[in-house]
Write a protein that binds this ligand. Structure first.
Ligand SMILES: Cc1ncc(C[n+]2csc(CCOP(=O)(O)OP(=O)(O)O)c2C)c(N)n1
Length: 628
């Protein structure tokens, strides 16, 4: 059927029976595609009926549908003219895993980071009012994303402005892991209230006795049920914020969804519809293990068996090191913002449940909470993806760094993340961490060094310290069986000596730089290679020494060039009157890198060994001609 669905208008024409068929087909296509391409599975399976209902009741792209996080937008993409390209999902040049304005008129607002939908939708609604237009604006936000403070800043403002806006709360009780926190408990209370349940049972029994009375009576009974449910279990929190609360309703009952949404279209002020869905709905492995199938690598669609990688990932090494450290040091605790599994902290959470804190999808709070912990003598391993800690730059500066607190920032997914693309690449953290006075910025060249850096970080006595590591396997087959070592702060490591050029590489770029040096050697250029380890403080003595002795420097980093490690070296040379030293910066390009496989992207931006060798060779030849 999807071949015949070119736009939401085609969905509107379908009969009830055809819709059921279409829902099954959407699930099949999503499961098959994600099994080959990897991606978000369980969140999408959970919103199939909701998406169908939205497209039947509303009129996209005139009406604006704004998905929070956007990882659940696959059914929406399939119904809005992207079925034929869906097999390119998340691949280079293919369709994105998130809503994307450049991709379709049906994606009015790009997303990836959570809790933005209500604020963005309010912007659309206010602009509509100012322009004298009349379309609808709908934000769909998950219960996980509702734990982010930004969502409440949005709700607060929605209640104040009071304009027509529909917020749909897609409540499946899961974030990536089971949702946590008081808001999650409150929502559970709304959906499991004994009064509501008993009442619902009575109504269903009544409905069961009514079929002979026909559809209209059933519909009426449904409506009475939903209306009364609202009376017996009002969503006080939302009502107090100024939104009329409706629900909870069954998010897999297409008829109820359509009917309720049609009613809400007529409502003049802001409303919140509480929809209860099952994450992973319709695919047993995902229903049983919504965490694994939230975002999943390739898997066997028949059995649900996920593919196992060979080498360990940096994330796994981090998780093991965190446990090892916590076993040795009582005051070490771990903080995550709704990413227990993804940041490798599951083992830690099991082993040290009282020293582990999932704060919800709330990075700002997570960092200030860590600052409080540190001020009171704890050593928090504050473990957040590079891209998501962008949310908390102020908290890092104001709450942690100004007070010189010993928070250990463990920044996973530093550098290109691959298929999640532009909004999720960790392209900026070297820049924004390095600019903060007193904050130590480290990046390891391999798994062994990550372990040593974490050990160093918890023993650091000089305030905040960070270590960033990539979404990648470690290069080693196995880590050496030895105790972790302290690395002197600001000390680099020279790995190779050569007189024509010095390659100063940071983190993930050290090994490709070493390989590039081999290529340079075969071209008659001898290169020093330094594992910089630190972007702040720099190993000033070593770098100034190389500037004087070798006289030609290349920095290599997986971060934007603006303000990054190369900039730090440039500023150092400048401070010491060496700004005329030829310096070339190899870094990510000055643009938002799209989605694709990480290795493919690194190759395209010239950050693999051949790319580094090629750029270095060209530049060294030019600079040899200019300066000799
Ligand atoms: C600011 C931010 N922090 C963390 C994440 C990572 N993340 C992606 S989806 C997700 C859980 C979302 O849960 P929910 O909103 O309930 O949607 P569901 O997947 O359950 O449908 C998290 C934590 C993110 N996208 N944005």
């Amino acid at each position: 059927m999807l071949e015949r669905i070119h736009s939401p208008a085609d969905v509107k024409r379908l009969s009830r029976a055809e819709l059921v068929e279409l829902a099954a087909e959407l699930r099949r296509v999503i499961i098959q595609t994600v099994s080959r391409r990897a991606g978000h599975l369980a969140p999408n399976l959970g919103v199939v009926e909701l998406t169908l209902a939205l497209h039947r009741v509303f009129d996209s792209p005139r009406d604006k549908l704004i998905w929070d996080v956007g990882h659940q937008s696959y059914p929406h993409k399939l119904l809005t003219g992207r079925y034929e390209r869906f097999d390119t999902l998340r691949s280079y040049g293919g369709i994105a895993g998130y809503p994307c304005r450049a991709e379709s008129d049906h994606d009015p607002f790009g997303t990836c980071h959570g809790s933005t939908s209500i604020s963005a939708a309010l912007g659309f609604a206010v602009a509509r009012d100012l322009e004298g237009q009349s379309h609808h604006v709908v934000a769909v936000i998950g219960d996980g994303a509702l734990t982010g403070g930004l969502a409440f800043e949005g709700l607060n403002n929605v209640g104040e402005i009071g304009t027509r806006l529909i917020v749909i709360l897609n409540d499946n009780e899961w974030s990536i892991s089971p949702n946590v926190g008081a808001i999650a408990r409150y929502l559970t209370k709304l959906t499991t209230s004994r009064v509501y349940r008993a009442f619902e049972r009575d109504v269903y029994e009544l409905l069961g006795k009514l079929p002979s009375l026909g559809r209209r009576v059933q519909r009426l009974a449904h409506r009475i049920k939903e209306g009364l449910a609202n009376l017996v279990v009002p969503g006080v929190l939302f009502e107090e914020l100024g939104l009329k609360y409706f629900g909870p309703i069954d998010g897999h009952d297409l008829a109820v969804l359509e009917e309720t949404l049609s009613d809400l279209r007529r409502f003049e002020g802001p409303v919140l519809l509480h929809v209860v869905t099952k994450k992973g709905k319709g695919y047993a492995p995902a229903e049983q293990d919504a965490g694994t199938f939230h975002g999943v690598g390739t898997f066997d669609p028949e059995t649900g068996a996920t593919s196992k990688g060979g080498k360990k990932t940096y994330t796994q090494v981090f998780g093991e090191a965190a446990i090892e450290i916590a076993e040795k040091l009582d005051h070490v605790v771990a903080v995550t913002a709704a990413m227990t599994d993804n940041t490798g902290l599951k083992g830690f959470s099991k082993k040290f449940p009282h020293r582990f804190f999932d704060v919800g999808m709330a990075e700002e709070h997570g960092v200030t909470f860590s600052a409080g912990l540190a001020a009171a003598g704890m050593i928090p391993l504050t473990t957040i993806y590079s891209t998501f800690i962008q949310r908390a730059i102020d908290q890092i500066i104001h709450d942690v760094a100004v007070q010189d607190l010993h928070v250990v920032f463990c920044l996973d997914r530093g550098g290109l993340v691959g298929e999640d693309g532009a909004p999720q690449h960790g392209a900026f953290d070297i820049t924004f961490m390095r600019m903060i006075p007193g904050l130590v910025v480290m990046a390891p060249k391999n798994g062994e060094e990550l372990r040593d850096m974490l050990w160093t970080a918890v023993h650091h006595r000089g305030g905040p310290i960070s270590v960033r590591y990539p979404r990648a396997n470690i290069p080693e087959e196995a880590l050496p069986a030895r105790e972790p070592r302290l690395i002197p702060i600001g000390q680099s490591e020279q790995l190779r000596a050569g007189g024509d050029v010095a390659l100063l590489a940071l983190g993930t770029m050290v090994l490709p730089a070493l390989q590039a040096a081999e290529t340079l050697q075969s071209e008659g250029i001898s290169a020093t290679v330094v594992n910089a380890r630190f972007a702040s403080p720099l190993d000033e003595r070593a770098i100034l020494g190389l500037a004087r002795s070798v006289g030609r420097l290349i920095t290599v980093e997986e971060n934007v060039p603006m303000g990054g490690f190369g900039s730090a070296v440039h500023e150092l040379l400048d401070r010491h009157g060496l700004s005329t030293t030829p310096l070339f910066r190899i870094a990510l390009p000055e643009l938002f890198v799209p989605h694709g496989k990480r290795d493919e992207l690194l190759q395209k931006v010239g950050l693999d060994a051949p790319g580094i060798a090629r750029q270095a060779l060209e530049w060294v030849r030019v600079s040899q001609r200019q300066y000799t």
